[in-house]
Design a protein around this ligand. Structure first.
Ligand SMILES: C[S@@+](CC[C@H](N)C(=O)[O-])C[C@H]1O[C@@H](n2cnc3c(N)ncnc32)[C@H](O)[C@@H]1O
Ligand code: SF4
Length: 454
């Protein structure tokens, strides 16, 4: 691994789950009314043919993991479940009232927080109520994030009966010292038990989340974690770069010190060596930080050019309209984004008043739409082109100039019609996408907003 290139490109960079990225949204030009109109337009254009995606954020966890960058609320009080579910259902009714006919549900994902904090019966009630008066896609993709420490057979069966076939487990690392530092004690035997139970119940796509760059991790501990993971052979593996974002208030990342964190080249080595081990055991790298077995549809979507990326990460199906319900969720109508308030109390209060709990958003202009497609092409296919007039935008010559640096470093191949990312360029995917990010180059936000790219 070329350490000069790592030093050159290891800068704060977005992960591009959206374009424009959240810090560049024009929040002052956003209006809820216009947002609703864009949802109606998107629904009419894409339903019933394509269907819609639903994301539901379930924020509660009983214990705080000190590495966690997600929006969560730590509590042991399970009385919070019922009022939260009722609020989510009310929010869903507000969107339902915008649709002229029953929506077709293509994708449904429960994220968190820990969805499995909720009792199985409560989750079943939530999903059954959401699916009332909707049409199910012939091949629905229903998935949830399971915390291996509290996912039970009852959860697995209840969700399976409702159509869930995919589950993603947060593993992170098996080393006891690392687990202690991140305040997440989770022995291999516990994961093995829940993984095998999921297979027995009938889940056909199991994902494990691993992270490199965590405090106290060494190359040996990362390789050992991957070896243990291989024993269970999940269909997919997300191998995330640890996003150290201590400036996000209340995320508890200060439970260890900066000197415990592997730094740039050392951190990248964890990924490179981990990737090699994954590849020899039959996993294929997909876009950014994701691996899958050949039989999994994520790999097939990557091969056929149908891979898509949205706020939920990579997915094998694209829907134009994605509705995000619950605290902090982001919805995407293709023409606009809207994000919900982040505090549980405020969310429930607004919804109970009959108001959409949105606090900020962005309406995409023509240039945003074109750039968004280029960034999606790079993230999902590692290539893009500007042969068609619809792929052109006024600042393309400046983008070209920025891309020249990557070409000189032999990370991309560039010609008059388009570009593709070489194998050597894949570690710098986030940086290469940034070359297209005209909003970033026009005005950079004050303060630190993104995690480091390596
Ligand atoms: C929001 S968590 C939900 C999963 C579930 N609560 C659990 O912990 O098992 C989803 C995944 O986000 C990833 N994640 C959370 N914080 C992260 C960070 N700071 N950097 C990189 N990945 C992170 C972890 O891999 C985690 O499994
Ligand atoms: S990693 Fe999962 S369980 Fe831990 S605090 Fe974050 S969301 Fe909760």
């Amino acid at each position: 691994m070329n350490t000069t290139l790592i030093d050159k490109y290891n800068i704060p960079a977005p992960r591009y789950t959206s374009y424009p990225t959240v810090p560049f949204w024009e929040v002052d030009k956003f209006s809820v009314n216009r947002w609703q109109q864009s949802v109606i337009r998107s629904f009419e254009e894409s339903n019933p043919a394509e269907g819609i995606s639903l994301y539901i954020h379930l924020p509660f966890c009983e214990q705080l993991c000190t590495f966690c960058g997600c929006n969560k609320r730590i509590t042991k009080n399970h009385q919070v479940e019922h009022p939260y579910i009722e609020a989510v259902l009310k929010e869903w009714q507000m969107y339902r009232s915008l649709f002229a006919h029953p929506p077709r549900i293509k994708e449904l994902h429960l994220g968190g927080g820990s969805p499995t904090f909720f009792g199985a019966k409560n989750l079943a009630y939530l999903i059954e109520s959401i699916l009332k008066d909707t049409q199910l896609d012939t091949q629905p993709l229903f998935s949830f994030e399971g915390n291996p420490n509290n996912t039970t057979e009852e959860h697995l069966k209840a969700l399976f009966d409702l159509g869930f076939r995919r589950v993603s487990y947060g593993i992170q690392d098996y080393n006891p010292a690392v687990q202690k530092a991140i305040h997440r004690i989770q022995p291999f035997e516990q994961v093995q038990k829940v993984h095998e139970l999921s297979q027995k119940v009938g889940y056909t796509s199991i994902n494990h989340d691993l992270i490199y760059g965590l405090p106290l991790q060494t190359l040996d501990s990362v390789l050992d974690t991957i070896q243990k993971t291989q024993q269970l052979r999940p269909d997919r593996i997300a191998f995330y770069s640890y996003a150290h974002v201590p400036w996000i208030k209340g995320n508890g990342q200060r439970g260890f010190s900066e000197k415990d964190l592997p730094q740039s080249a050392q951190k990248r080595e964890l990924y490179e060596e981990g990737r090699k081990l994954l590849e020899v055991s039959g996993y294929h790298e997909i876009g950014l930080d994701h691996f899958s077995l050949k039989e999994d549809d994520l790999y097939q979507a990557f091969q056929s050019g149908n891979l898509h990326r949205n706020f939920m990460g990579y997915t094998s199906s694209k829907t134009q309209l994605m509705i995000g319900l619950g605290v902090s969720s982001i919805s995407d109508s293709w023409y606009g984004f809207a994000q919900n308030v982040k505090k549980v109390e405020e969310y429930q209060h607004l919804v109970n008043q009959g108001e959409l709990p949105v606090f900020r958003g962005h309406h995409l202009n023509q240039e945003d739409l074109v750039i968004r497609q280029h960034i999606l092409n790079l993230m999902c296919q590692l290539k893009t082109n500007w042969e068609m007039s619809t792929a052109f935008f006024a600042e393309l010559p400046q983008v070209w100039k920025r891309l020249k640096s990557f070409e000189q470093d032999q990370l991309i191949s560039l010609n008059d019609h388009g570009m593709h990312i070489k194998t050597a360029g894949q570690p710098f995917l986030r940086n290469i996408c940034m070359a297209f990010d005209t909003r970033f180059w026009r005005k950079q936000p004050a303060g630190q907003t993104f995690s480091m790219s390596i």
